[in-house]
Design a protein around this ligand. Structure first.
Ligand code: B16
Ligand code: MG
Length: 216
């Protein structure tokens, strides 16, 4: 009998690729402020909270803003981002994600979302996956960002489980570190050289199955 009782999924980069929309919205904001924003810089913002992302972008652009201005700029970026995600459709679910979620539920394991995004419910509703999550822990419920384990610990707690009974699926190194320091097993989605410390690294959930899960 496996000790694994639940899977906790990050959203962006694991279930859907919202990074493309974040990129467009941040680039528009940077251009609005008079500088450019590259895809390489966008990579560094994966899993990073909205406020922290803005601070980094302002640093890269060499621009200083007061706290009030920062809040306004973050809201402006979010309004553009929210406009784009309204148009998201089920065909934007990453390959294998829905199939693996269904297999996990079929095996009577629990599912939770553990995302930094404050827009996670909208995204899951738009792509038609919200019903497949027993619990949603996201940027609205947590105060500390990954690599702090808070988001995943709250995920385990919301399911009534010990961290050791949960497996986290994450594409960002900060998220992998968060899962490890929370005492969970972790499957990295992406590149094994970047996602060091993960129990297993795969290219996407299309490469995952229950067999691999129980062997972790
Ligand atoms: P929001 P994840 C993260 O999602 C994104 O990777 C990151 O780029 C974004 O800044 C963050 O959510 C906050 O998103 O502005 O919608 O609150 O990977 O933690 O699911
Ligand atoms: Mg992510």
């Amino acid at each position: 009998m496996s000790t694994i009782k639940a899977c906790i999924f990050d959203l962006d980069g694991v279930i859907v690729d919202t990074a493309v929309y974040h990129f467009k919205a941040w680039k528009r904001l940077a251009n609005h402020l008079g500088f450019d924003f590259t895809e390489e810089e966008n990579e560094k913002l994966k899993g990073v909270s909205r406020v922290r992302s803005l601070q980094l972008i302002l640093e890269w652009g060499g621009v200083e803003k007061s706290e009030t201005e920062q809040a306004e700029l973050a809201d402006l970026k979010n309004s553009w981002y929210v406009e784009m995600i309204q148009e998201m459709k089920p065909d934007e679910i990453l390959p294998g994600a829905k199939e693996f979620l269904l297999a996990v539920r079929q095996a009577e394991l629990k599912t939770a979302l553990g995302s930094a995004s404050k827009n996670s419910r909208t995204i899951l509703e738009k792509v038609g996956l919200i019903e497949l999550f027993d619990s949603i822990i996201d940027g609205n419920t947590v105060s500390a960002s990954k690599p702090d384990p808070e988001v995943f610990l709250k995920g385990a707690e919301s399911l009534g489980l010990e961290p050791s009974a949960c497996v986290v699926f994450e594409d960002a190194i900060a998220g992998v570190q968060a899962a490890i320091s929370g005492g969970m097993k972790v499957v990295g989605i992406g590149d094994a050289q970047t996602l060091t410390g993960a129990n297993l690294v795969i290219a996407g959930l299309h490469e995952m199955n229950l067999d691999k899960l129980y062997k972790l």
